[in-house]
Design a binder for this molecule. Sequence first.
Ligand code: ZN
Length: 188
Amino acid sequence: MILPIVGYGDPILRKETQPITADYPGLKQLIDDMFETMYNADGVGLAAPQIDRSIQLVVIGFRPYDEATDTYGEEEERHVLINPEILEEVGEKQYFNEGCLSIPDIHEDVLRPESIVLHWFDENFEEHNEQIDGMFARVAQHEIDHLHGKVFTDRLSQLRKTMIKRRLNDVAAGKVHPKYKMKRTNKR
Ligand code: ZN
């Protein structure tokens, strides 16, 4: 089932989320619904607060990019992160152009470490403690921010923040019309 996506300005995107256990009701269905919602919106990651659940759950899916051949792999890389925790930042910080399904039409370069050491549980509640890199590390960091009430525009310079302020206000006022369904609350 495709779920409506919560937009910038909704207080749930500013809340600290709660960890979950394996007996969280309807977890498997929720993960399926989050993947379906993400793919429908052409996203590469989705965090639970974006579908109105304040829990520590993230889905990620993308086709890996091969720099050597400048092509995208056929096989999709998929990850489910439950209760993820960044233990260490590794390597140089790099800029990468990010967007967010909760903030349609805004894309900005964001500085983040290229690799992280991450502790998480997958959809089978198997424990992982690994260094992750590349696209996986980038998307994971963006989504984990959501679990702590942060969005990518918080990480921009003061100048960039000022420049996009009007557009952010438009999103908060519901004056955006992406091709996917957004949750409308107190919006006109
Ligand atoms: Zn996002």
